[in-house]
Design a protein around this ligand. Structure first.
Ligand SMILES: Cc1cc2nc3c(=O)[nH]c(=O)nc-3n(C[C@H](O)[C@H](O)[C@H](O)COP(=O)(O)OP(=O)(O)OC[C@H]3O[C@@H](n4cnc5c(N)ncnc54)[C@H](O)[C@@H]3O)c2cc1C
Length: 387
């Protein structure tokens, strides 16, 4: 289907099906059974309509005419409509199960992902280990009956409190080098010994959890991929995720629109912020920077679709997007602090305040800005490794 035609179809679908209400970026954990039902229904409908899961094998609902361009369009339109985004950890889980899973694992879990009966979380980070994940210390010890006994703690596990399943990485061979001796397990979150404690964030939401694993027994058929080969599994990139950078540039454009709107609702001593020449100069500068990130993101999406992207391309777009996001949000806060907000500006101010509180998180998740700069320096600029 032609991209424009497909985009219209997606827009119409979202307008008809997306749950309404306040869905700010990062706020996803449902607050009531009704909200949870609506969210699960929304995710299932996206699969049913073929708007996500298009790259899956045909017997699990994939489409023969699917291209990464479709993934990019769907995510852009979801962001544009401020509708809830599909959960990254669920997309990651399905990708890993399709790539590394046994046929039995695919048959068991993929239909339950499509129907949104199973939400998945990602159990990688630990209190002392994030960027340098290979040093993780959660251990899984094989017992004489072939099952594994897992002890340890995970943290920042997004959506764990309403997940049925988790992708867990644990150390299965403590004598091996850090990157070796790791294994990925598909963990049923209701297994005895799994303790989940939500963490309240400064946004007022609790999207993350601590997950305690106390003598959790996992059968061997829940290993994903090979024993002790978990590093390759967790590092298997998700192509559609790289195609989603275009959606992030939509988010930036929305943010700038919100700041322009805000400038009409904030009064400086001299009059409305929108009439201040210093403000217009700054907003024009931001417009140019947002346009530059949009071009960069569009280029990355094209390269990913053509299969010609360099490993650093997505990183460049991520760095540019997340850091500009912080700069835009900070500027909005400066504008509000320097003037008086009219009551008419409350809704846009609330959106921007939430965006500000959330903006730092995006410079950490999926690789912190410092790590991303290190990778760009070595991969793209061929500079010597300094860490
Ligand atoms: C929104 C969000 C969602 C997340 N969801 C999940 C999830 O679902 N599951 C999960 O397992 N984890 C999740 N995480 C955790 C995330 O993966 C980690 O926060 C990330 O890997 C960084 O690890 P850390 O927090 O331990 O920081 P650290 O690795 O301890 O880093 C601390 C600081 O030191 C810097 N630093 C570290 N190493 C270097 C270096 N070599 N050179 C220069 N600077 C360095 C970092 O940039 C950072 O500023 C999430 C995080 C966020 C923000």
């Amino acid at each position: 289907m032609h991209t424009d035609e497909f985009r219209t179809r997606v827009r119409n679908f979202i307008a008809a099906q997306a749950p309404t209400g306040q869905f700010y970026d990062g706020v996803r954990v449902p607050r009531s059974p009704d909200a949870e039902g609506a969210l699960r229904g929304w995710y299932a409908s996206l699969f049913d309509a073929g708007l996500i899961g298009g790259s899956w094998p045909a017997q699990y609902g994939g489409r023969p005419d699917h291209s990464l361009r479709h993934d990019a369009v769907v995510m852009e339109e979801i962001v544009r409509a401020r509708a809830p985004r599909p959960i990254d950890q669920v997309l990651l889980a399905s990708h890993l199960i399709i790539t590394f899973g046994t046929e039995a694992q695919r048959e068991k879990y993929l239909p339950r992902i499509r129907s949104a009966e199973d939400i998945w979380c990602q159990l990688f980070s630990e209190p002392d280990v994030g960027s340098d994940l290979a040093r993780l210390s959660t251990k899984a010890i094989e017992r004489p009956d072939g099952t594994f006994c897992v002890d340890g703690q995970k943290v920042w596990s997004t959506d764990a409190q309403w997940s049925q399943m988790g992708v867990l990485i644990a150390r299965t061979d403590r004598s091996a080098k850090p990157h070796a001796g790791l294994t990925v397990f598909l963990l049923d979150m209701t297994t005895p010994g799994v303790g989940i404690r939500p963490i309240r964030e400064m946004t007022g939401s609790d999207e993350f959890c601590e997950v305690h694993l106390d003598q959790v027994v996992i059968p061997p058929e829940q290993i994903l991929g090979e024993l002790n080969q978990g590093w390759a599994v967790v590092n298997s990139g998700l192509a559609s995720e790289r195609a989603y950078v275009g959606a992030n540039s939509v988010l930036l454009a929305q943010l700038l629109d919100d700041i322009v709107e805000l400038s009409g609702h904030v009064d400086y001593l001299s009059g409305p912020a929108a009439d201040d020449p210093v403000v217009s100069e700054q907003l024009a500068d931001f417009k140019a920077r947002v346009a530059a990130v949009q071009c960069l993101a569009a280029d990355v999406v094209s390269q990913v679709i053509a299969g010609t992207d360099h490993p650093s391309d997505g990183l460049l777009a991520k760095l540019a997007y997340t850091e500009l996001n912080v700069a835009l949000c900070s500027y909005a806060m400066t504008m509000m602090a320097g003037g008086r907000l009219r009551p008419s500006g409350q809704p846009v101010a609330a959106r921007l305040e939430h965006a500000m509180l959330w903006s730092r998180a995006l410079t950490i998740s999926g690789g912190s800005s410092e790590i991303v700069r290190n990778l760009i320096a070595t991969q793209l600029l061929q500079l010597p490794r300094s860490w």
